[in-house]
Design a protein around this ligand. Structure first.
Ligand SMILES: CC(C)(COP(=O)(O)OP(=O)(O)OC[C@H]1O[C@@H](n2cnc3c(N)ncnc32)[C@H](O)[C@@H]1OP(=O)(O)O)[C@@H](O)C(=O)NCCC(=O)NCCS
Length: 500
């Protein structure tokens, strides 16, 4: 080949090599990324860089020749196996997919087994009978309607307090009376009225409990506004209003200040808004996104059906088959039934979480243009029990912090005592919402909630990272079905055991 020929062929060969190395580079990109990591971990980074430098500085022809020689002569280098922790490899996406595939396959087997054993148990008509005993009497709905009396009462007291027609002490007394009735009236009605079903009773008590927490917050915030107003008046301020810091989203809405907030419209906005903490000026969205609203509505309807179907088809048969081992105190069979119940119970709880905290709350928020959509945080990454309770139910957690925990701390209570008091209050409401509708007091829910304190201590003290996270998941997966089995067993013994 002449000199001229070489000049012509040279660039073509280089071009071909470049094309080849580009495709090779593309296909092996992920491997190279790992190699880079690996090189770092075994201290090869420097020599690699040197080699690269000499390649870029030297003659391209020389470089490619040396490279191809090197490729032919050596196929080994200093490196760790992927599964060794020192390899620095951390991409387990495929393993995660494998877990999902295994989960789907094993659940498909369970689903088939269940269908073959019990047939189709899903019955949409039965849902109605869970709420109503007699189609002509709607006690739960009537009780929910009566709750408006207490809303109007709270507003009336606040207006009188703002005008100064009644003293602060008398106002607080009426407020506490109103709140006590909200707590006791539905309880007494559910316990005395035989026509109300357990599900109807739980729904009513849920509505009243939410209202109780909301009106407590309403009372507190208006009181803080009066206190601010008095402090301002004392410091010779001209303004008699209670300004709350305006946010960017407020600019489109009219800014309300105390006592301008004491209107029926403002209070009912709060009653229906997906929050338990009152504010004079909530962050608002500029418009309703119809697509978002319809998606959430579709999820709500679909998931509600799925929840009921799973309970009827999967959970009820397992619970029914657990009664005998429980009565005979057959320990090994009891554990087997408990583990059997744990899977559907947990799945139903997860679906309920999404249905309630994502679909329903976002639906209400979108409808009301309510801006703060933080209804939950990443509780699934909890490495401590405390983190779980701080993040799984944000409306309740915010209420506990603002209206119970911080006031206790400010009054000089210790952190431990204040936390115990919050868990005690939460345990009381859990028991209230379960025991009253079932008309039996067994304290399983109360004990389950109070057990969170020693569990939190144990997990934070002895378990870290993934072990802590696994412990939180275990407590959720196993803890809940224990309480469910206990209540169902006691309910069964109380109402059905004496029948032949
Ligand atoms: C008990 C509970 C409120 C503790 O919450 P926490 O976040 O661990 O509490 P912390 O001690 O970290 O303090 C939280 C706040 O109090 C403040 N605080 C701490 N000590 C304070 C003091 N002496 N005075 C005033 N404020 C204080 C902190 O600054 C912090 O404020 P921030 O939220 O504005 O940052 C929480 O675990 C809880 O909500 N538990 C119950 C949840 C529940 O039952 N949910 C039911 C769901 S079904």
């Amino acid at each position: 080949m002449t000199m001229g020929d070489r000049e012509i062929v040279g660039p073509i060969t280089r071009q071909r090599r470049a094309t080849f190395s580009m495709t090779r580079r593309g296909s092996l990109k992920s491997l190279n990324e790992f190699k880079g990591l690996n090189a770092k971990s075994v201290g090869k980074g420097k020599s690699d860089r040197k080699a690269q430098e000499s390649q870029t500085n030297g003659n391209p022809n020389e470089k490619s020749k040396r490279k191809s020689h090197g490729d032919k002569l050596s196929c080994h280098k200093l490196q760790e196996s992927l599964l060794s922790s020192s390899s620095g490899f951390s991409n387990y996406r495929g393993i995660l997919n494998w877990c999902v595939v295994m989960l789907v396959l094993s659940n498909a087997r369970l689903f088939l087994e269940n269908l073959l054993k019990y047939g189709i148990l899903v019955d949409p008509i039965q849902i109605v009978s869970l709420f109503l005993k007699d189609p002509n009497s709607w006690p739960a709905a009537c009780l929910a309607l009566v709750s408006h009396v207490f809303v109007i009462m709270a507003l009336y007291v606040e207006r009188q307090l703002a005008k100064g027609s009644i003293s602060e002490q008398f106002g607080m007394f009426i407020h506490f009376l109103n709140l006590s009735i909200i707590l006791c009236f539905p309880m007494a009605t559910v316990l005395c009225l035989p026509s109300i079903t357990p599900v109807g009773g739980a729904f009513t008590l849920g509505v009243y409990t939410i209202l109780l927490l909301k009106l407590y917050s309403y009372k507190d915030v208006n009181k803080w506004c009066r206190e601010r107003r008095q402090t301002k008046a004392r410091s010779l301020s001209r303004s008699l209003s209670c300004p709350s810091t305006p946010t960017a989203s407020d600019s489109t809405e009219t800014h309300v200040s105390y006592p301008g907030n004491l209107s029926l419209r403002d209070l009912y906005y709060f009653v229906f808004a997906p929050t338990l903490c009152y504010e004079l000026n909530f962050p608002r969205c500029p418009r309703i996104r119809m697509g978002f609203l319809l998606r959430r509505m579709f999820e709500m309807l679909l998931l509600a059906q799925l929840l009921v179907g799973l309970i009827q088809q999967w959970m009820v048969p397992v619970i029914q088959s657990s009664m005998k081992p429980l009565q005979e105190m057959d320990f090994s069979r009891m554990v087997e039934r408990l583990l059997r119940l744990a899977i559907p119970n947990h799945l139903i709880w997860l679906i309920f979480f999404y249905w309630f905290f994502h679909s329903s709350m976002n639906f209400m928020a979108e409808l009301l243009k309510f801006g703060d959509r933080e209804f939950y945080r990443d509780w699934w990454n909890s490495e401590t029990v405390t983190y779980f309770w701080q993040n799984w139910n944000i409306p309740v957690h915010k209420w506990c912090l603002r209206h119970f925990y911080k006031p206790l701390l400010r009054r000089g209570a210790s952190k431990w005592a204040s936390q115990s008091a919050v868990f005690f209050l939460s345990a009381f409401f859990h028991e209230y919402l379960v025991s009253v509708p079932l008309r039996m007091f067994r304290l399983w829910a109360f004990m389950g909630m109070m057990a969170q304190l020693p569990l939190a201590f144990f997990v934070s003290r002895y378990l870290r990272g993934n072990y802590g996270n696994a412990a939180v998941w275990m407590s959720l997966i196993i803890g809940q079905p224990i309480a469910v089995l206990m209540y169902v067993h006691d309910y069964y013994v109380l109402h059905h055991a004496e029948r032949p």
